[in-house]
Design a protein around this ligand. Structure first.
Ligand SMILES: [Zn+2]
Ligand SMILES: [Zn+2]
Length: 178
């Protein structure tokens, strides 16, 4: 083997090594991207499951911004920029607009106590089914009361709907209850 053949062989080997390293690097980058996407998806699904209170989650409009609340109507996570407050009610920009255009009335109220915490769940389920079935906007308000004599905390969960849908939705609620 002369020096020239040896040099060519060396160049070929080096080129192969560089290509292999490049492929490895590309693989690592793609993998980490996929991983990040997966984490983002996981965080979104946590929000959908409703376990949003203590976990870190991101705004449904801005993937890079942390959410500070969930919309009372659609329950999407919202960041500081998207968050609208109406008398203590947290709303996303879309539902803030909707909220302000309608009159809302209470159609159902359920009292829950530490002994019967499941009472309020009926109302939560009903609200979620209205939204997931046909995007009917409603919201819940919870009031807490301390019973001085009984020495326990009771809460009242109230469901608010648009005035024009109140009769229809009250009937649906009665059906849903049974
Ligand atoms: Zn909303
Ligand atoms: Zn946002």
């Amino acid at each position: 083997m002369d020096t020239q053949t040896l040099l060519i062989a060396l160049i070929i080997v080096l080129t192969l090594v560089v290509i292999a390293l490049f492929a490895l690097l590309l693989f690592i980058v793609l993998r980490s991207n996929l991983f990040t996407k997966q984490v983002a998806e996981d965080e979104k699904s946590k929000v959908k499951d409703g376990h949003t209170v203590v976990e870190q989650y991101t705004c449904f409009n801005h993937e890079t911004q942390n959410a500070i609340a969930t919309c009372a109507i659609c329950e999407n996570a919202i960041c500081e920029d998207c968050h609208k407050d109406w008398d203590g009610l947290h709303l996303c920009p879309e539902h803030f607009g909707l909220y302000s255009k309608h009159k809302w009335i209470e159609i159902a109220e359920i009292r829950t106590t530490p002994q019967e915490p499941e009472n309020g769940h009926k109302l939560y389920h009903f609200k979620h089914s209205l939204w997931s079935d046909d995007k009917t906007p409603t919201y819940l308000v919870t009031h807490y009361k301390i019973d001085v004599d009984g020495d326990f905390v009771e809460s009242w969960v109230k469901l608010y709907v648009r005035e024009e849908e109140a009769d229809h939705l009250l009937n649906r609620f009665k059906v849903h209850e049974h």
